[in-house]
Design a protein around this ligand. Sequence first.
Ligand code: AMP
Length: 180
Amino acid sequence: MANPLSLCVYCGARPGAHPAYLQAADDLGQAIGDKGWRLVYGAGDVGIMGAVAAAAAKAGAATLGIIPTHLVQREAKHGLGADRIVTETMHERKKVMFMNADAIAVLPGGAGSLDEFFEVLTWAQLGLHAKPIILVNVEGYWSPLMALIHNVVEQGFADPSVAEFITEVPDVAGLVAALS
Ligand code: AMP
């Protein structure tokens, strides 16, 4: 049997202001378990990142968490479980997460999630990979980001193809449909 799909999830280390964000995290963890996929994530147990991981584990999914040493106390408050890789730096964390992923999902999040999203987007733009990048636009959270990207194109600072590297879906059901 082929290896299960490994889905790398970027998302907030905070719960966010709308209950729909935590709900989407729960739904995504459950979906990962239902589909028999593996979750690759930042190994934290805080915010919606922690919610995705808890729901995935509860649904029987394999999880691979990658965290830099200096964030263990801050983001993995309940300790590190099995299948955890501790890196020295943030850059290594992102590299190891990306290496282990077949596809990337972006749930609502803050500057860290944006950093991770733009890194994989720019790598796709440079032709360094062709992994799907799925932006889960829960309650329209990412609409200003898509507007910004379209503005960058309209103002002549990016090729229109940049938007084609992003698959925008409204919810977790849309993400599952995009990857199935
Ligand atoms: P945030 O979206 O800001 O809540 O951050 C989500 C996750 O991204 C957290 O686990 C942060 O530690 C992580 N993060 C923030 N900046 C970086 C970075 N430059 N490289 C790797 N991970 C990061």
